[in-house]
Write a protein that binds this ligand. Sequence first.
Ligand SMILES: Nc1ncnc2c1ncn2[C@@H]1O[C@H](COP(=O)(O)OP(=O)(O)OP(=O)(O)O)[C@@H](O)[C@H]1O
Length: 247
Amino acid sequence: MIQISHLSKKYKNNEDYSVMDLDLKIDEGEIFGLLGPNGAGKTTLISMLSSLIKPTSGSFTINGLTFQKNANQLKQIIGIVPQEYALYPTLTAYENLYYLGSMYGLKGKQLKEKINFHLEVLGLGKFSNKKLDTFSGGMKRRVNLIASILHDPKVLFLDEPTVGVDVQSKNVIIENLKKLNTQGTTIIYTSHHLNEAEQFCTKVAIIDHGRIIIEGAPNNLISQYPESHNLEDVFLTLTGKALRDHA
Ligand SMILES: Nc1ncnc2c1ncn2[C@@H]1O[C@H](COP(=O)(O)OP(=O)(O)OP(=O)(O)O)[C@@H](O)[C@H]1O
């Protein structure tokens, strides 16, 4: 489904490559986790795949399509949940979703029903007519998620969808992503929650310094390192315990 070949990104104001000559294949139906320390290149990679930024070199296809040749087709089959909220604080949840859904050509009764369905499923039904600036972080994350799935994408890219939310919101988000996956959506997400990734992902790739250092099913990775009991142990073994602070 996704085939990445020699993909690199170097930002103009940065001396180093943020993603470096990266090759990766993600099959249809996977829940694929991109994991790595701060600054590893996860957001840069997922931002290139969802066409928010342009690669410096290399290429990738999604369902055999490229953004250079098939941008409109690709936009219809992918959904993007960025780290930042793409929502209007002074509009209600419903108004936000109606506006964002209409950008995908959805309208009328079909759009209204989809919005109400997803708001209900994600526990926001009774807040439909409340303005976004009254919402908690967890509620905004759920609206952000709905905005990205109204057009039933085949592939969903999520950049840290559960960061900064309480356990209840996290649980609702993960359960809904699992449901979308069983209905046929391939999911690619970045996370720092290794426990969550171990439970949730069918495959993960651990990235550091812009390169993939290991990939595979969480249980396979854990069994490759006899001293590791979980994905966090594998992660620390491979990426080390040094802090990754930059100023
Ligand atoms: N717009 C930018 N301009 C210059 N350098 C950038 C830019 N965005 C990211 N970088 C650099 O690219 C590298 C990778 O950053 P990226 O945000 O992709 O990492 P990440 O793995 O998502 O980190 P985090 O877990 O902290 O979100 C870092 O060194 C970062 O400083």
